[in-house]
Design a protein around this ligand. Structure first.
Ligand SMILES: *Cc1c(COP(=O)(O)O)cnc(C)c1O
Length: 330
């Protein structure tokens, strides 16, 4: 029996949309001391994931890995940067579930964090192809894909970050979990939830899940990637595809009518580009460390910087603000 909240909410999905739990829920919620005016809270999904890596990608894999089995695939083929948390999580949890991982990796700014990540990838059992640039990745992907056919079984192709409609369900589930925690008194209903946007699946899933949960919390997506179109219409389109997927698998509910002005997407914290640290990110990282929270400067420190500056001048009477920690090093 699955203990997914999505299955509890829509029992018709139990067989049509398989699920495997890979972490311990609910993840802890606590008040942070670093806040400037509005009370700042943190839901620590860095703790999520019982295998060798944690964070937001684990929640996506809870739906993606069973879907791979459902399609009869033995291999997942996907793409990422050289420091890819997504590729690493897929390799580690895929291996546990009997699925091989093949990665095509694009260069990103090299630093100690990326070097450590590459070493972890080498030990993860994934097959890694260094395709260096986005253009070369697009050109070679079809060949790599064919090369990793297993007999007549095709790899299951997944986009960057696992942000397919099925991957986005990880944070529909995450939002339902948050709603239960709020109902149980873990925190007051937040006016905003702030998360990094690298490929959009987390923000899209949250936006849809919060609606399904009946919360009016607004998603603030902090774009950290300049290599993909990640504006509000794109995020809402992905949420819409996830919503249609749920319906096509048998869930019955009123259309959420999610619109792109229902969420705030900002590129103000991106700096020079994906993987390039900014002074604001370094500062947020230092503040978070004082509060016992380990962030990195690619995603989460930029998102926290945005959360710290999301002041009440813009959102009069707003709060509390919830920062979603998506980084799960082990
Ligand atoms: C991938 C990632 C994100 C971004 O999530 P998306 O769903 O790709 O937008 C945020 N934080 C960390 C640590 C990540 O690895």
């Amino acid at each position: 029996m699955s203990d997914a909240l999505l299955h509890k909410r829509f029992p018709d999905l139990t067989d049509s949309l398989p699920y495997v739990r890979l972490g311990t829920s609910p993840t802890p919620i606590r008040r942070l001391d670093v806040g400037t005016g509005v009370p700042l809270w943190c839901k620590d999904d860095g703790r999520y994931g019982d295998g060798g890596w944690g964070g937001n990608k684990v929640r996506k894999l809870e739906w993606l890995l069973p879907e791979a089995h459902r399609r009869g695939a033995r291999t997942i083929f996907t793409v990422g940067g050289t420091g890819t948390n997504w590729g690493l999580a897929t390799a580690l949890y895929g291996r546990e579930q009997g699925i091989e991982t093949v990665l095509a990796l694009v260069d990103q700014p090299m630093d100690d964090h990326v070097r450590v990540q590459l070493r972890r990838l080498e030990n993860s059992g994934a097959t890694v192809h260094f395709t260096h640039t986005k253009r070369r990745t697009l050109l070679t992907a079809p060949w790599l894909y064919l090369r990793h056919m297993r007999g007549r079984k095709r790899p299951y192709y997944l986009p960057v970050g696992g942000s397919s409609p099925i991957g986005a369900l990880g944070y529909v589930e995450g939002a339902l979990e948050l709603a239960e925690q709020i109902a149980a008194g873990a925190m007051p209903e937040p006016s905003h939830i702030v998360t990094a946007v690298g490929s959009g699946g987390t923000a899209a899933g949250l936006a849809l899940g919060l609606r399904l949960a009946g919360l009016s919390t607004r998603v603030v997506g902090v774009v950290v990637n300049d290599a993909l179109p990640l504006d509000a219409p794109h995020i809402v389109r992905l949420a819409g595809r996830a919503e249609r997927l749920l319906r096509s698998r048998g869930a019955r509910f009123e259309p959420t009518g999610l619109r792109h002005d229902d969420l705030t997407i900002t590129t103000d914290w991106l700096g020079p580009g994906y993987g390039h640290p900014t002074p604001a990110a370094h500062e947020a990282q230092t503040l978070a460390a004082q509060d016992g929270l380990r962030l990195e400067t690619v995603y989460t420190a930029k998102a926290l910087a945005a959360a710290l500056h999301l002041d009440t001048a813009d959102f009069f009477g707003a709060g509390p603000v919830l920062f979603l920690n998506t980084y799960g090093p082990r």
